[in-house]
Unconditional design. Structure first.
Length: 93
């Protein structure tokens, strides 16, 4: 696998921070796989991103299904998924 084939995984991609991280990575020319279960994130947050040729979105619950991380090579993962309630936040993947 070459650098140009490499994908960066962003978990919580439909959330506030995740969707902005995806946008920044695409702007920098990276290929991105975004994962979210829409527990809190929204379709609206990824609508514009979905039109990008280097963005793939997977609807998955990472607490139950981590197959998206199975890869022949190590891939960078930016984890932004969490459950937030008021001032409290809990990692969920
Ligand atoms: N927003 C801020 O100003 C801010 C500031 C400092 C730190 N943080 C931290 O950054 C992280 C992300 O914040 P945010 O504002 O983007 O939150 P957010 O709720 O908008 O995004 C989190 C995303 O994770 C997804 N998610 C949750 N559990 C999942 C699971 N099991 N599988 C797949 N997706 C899952 C949710 O659906 C959501 O889209 C949190 O840990 C938060 O505490 C946020």
């Amino acid at each position: 696998m070459t650098d140009s084939d490499r994908r960066i995984y962003v978990t919580g991609a439909a959330g506030l921070i995740g969707s902005n991280v995806v946008q920044a990575l695409l702007t920098d020319g990276h290929a991105v796989i975004g994962i979210d279960n829409f527990w809190r994130g929204t379709q609206a947050n990824i609508r514009q991103l979905s039109a990008h040729s280097k963005f793939v979105f997977r609807h998955a619950d990472l607490a139950a299904d981590q197959r998206w991380f199975i890869s022949r090579t190590l891939s960078p993962v930016l984890a932004t998924c969490s459950r937030t309630s008021g001032r409290y936040s809990r990692r969920t993947c």
